[in-house]
Ligand binder design. Structure first.
Ligand code: HEC
Ligand code: HEC
Length: 269
């Protein structure tokens, strides 16, 4: 029905139109997902494993429900990017992360080298369930283990040389650190490349007394500060304005326990 010229024009128009529709679809991938009939129910066992990995690794930056944490990780529930990717693509993304993203990077494997590709596959399923509750079966209640808290308290008491009051500050600082600072500084202050420095065996920490360190943590360090060594921001109070001086002093007591013995005792008061 078209002459040759008309046919070429039509083909060009079609190609442009297809590209436009693909873009519109990509920009609305999450909406389209919820508008379409749901895919199969997800398997409970794999979801439980995915939830476990999510709770131990991704929560710090993406929040307990995956809705994101301001200044850290994005909302994964309403993410068009997540909705658009195939399972394999999404798993591939989690393996690589977005280490170049600024001001905060999405670290490869969420910053945990010990997560296997299979663990990340379970995570992909869990993300599917978070995005589309119609596919999420009822999961058994999260088993809350008190073991880590018992271990934390014992470690704190040992670090405090048996001083029960100091041990309490240290245990509290340990808890605060592992919610407010862990996303960028890693478990036990081991650091996450591209996000935050190692704070264990850290000479900057050892060089300051508690007051000066409190002052530093309250102010943070901008990327343009001449003392900045990574080009990445250390946000004031780790980005958590609600944190009190007492909270930060507890964190400092905990940070002292991560320094070699001689250096730690020199500056503790
Ligand atoms: C240290 C903080 C941090 C941790 C830990 C982290 N992420 Fe992220 N994540 C980010 C940031 C920041 C971004 C956005 C990067 C950007 O600006 O492109 C992101 C982006 C993503 C995206 C892409 C979302 C989109 O819409 O573009 C997915 C998916 C994701 N993260 C999943 C995870 C999972 C699953 C885990 C746990 C294994 C995890 N992340 C752990 C910080 C983190
Ligand atoms: C969003 C990421 C992020 C969070 C959250 C964060 N930090 Fe940082 N922090 C950084 C970065 C990046 C640096 C390194 C800045 C530089 O290059 O000098 C840093 C540096 C530091 C330093 C100085 C280390 C040195 O050797 O110069 C201390 C101390 C510190 N952070 C403590 C904390 C504490 C305590 C918390 C939690 C209350 C916290 N940070 C939360 C990103 C973060």
């Amino acid at each position: 029905m078209f002459g040759l010229g008309g046919w070429i024009l039509h083909a060009q128009w079609r190609a442009r139109e297809d590209a436009r529709l693909a873009l519109v679809e990509a920009a609305n991938a999450y909406e389209c997902l919820l508008a379409a009939p749901p895919a199969d129910m997800l398997p409970v066992d794999e979801l439980v494993k995915g939830r476990e990995v999510f709770a131990s690794t991704c929560v710090a930056c993406h929040g307990a429900l995956g809705l994101g944490v301001p200044g850290l990780g994005r909302n994964l529930v309403e993410s068009d990017f997540v909705a658009m990717q195939s399972d394999e693509q999404l798993q591939g993304f989690l393996i690589k992360g977005r280490p170049e993203a600024r001001p905060v990077a999405m670290p490869p494997r969420g910053g945990r080298d010990d997560l296997t590709d299979q663990d990340l596959g379970f995570l992909v399923m869990y993300l599917r369930g978070l995005q589309d509750p119609r596919r999420m079966p009822e999961l058994p209640a999260l088993a809350v283990s008190t073991q880590p808290m018992v271990e934390q308290a014992a470690a704190a008491l040992e670090a405090a040389g048996g001083d029960a009051e100091l041990a309490e500050y240290i245990a509290s600082g340990d808890r605060i650190f592992h919610t407010a600072c862990v996303a960028c500084h890693g478990r036990g202050g081991t650091g996450i490349a591209g996000n935050g420095k190692a704070l264990a065996s850290n000479s900057f920490i050892q060089s300051l007394d508690d007051d000066a360190l409190l002052d530093f943590i309250k102010k943070g360090r901008t990327p343009t500060d001449p003392k900045n060594t990574t080009g990445i921001q250390m946000p004031p109070k780790g980005g958590n304005p609600a944190m009190s001086d007492d909270d930060i002093l507890d964190v400092i007591a905990y940070l002292r326990t991560l320094q070699p013995k001689a250096a730690a005792s020199a500056s503790t008061n």
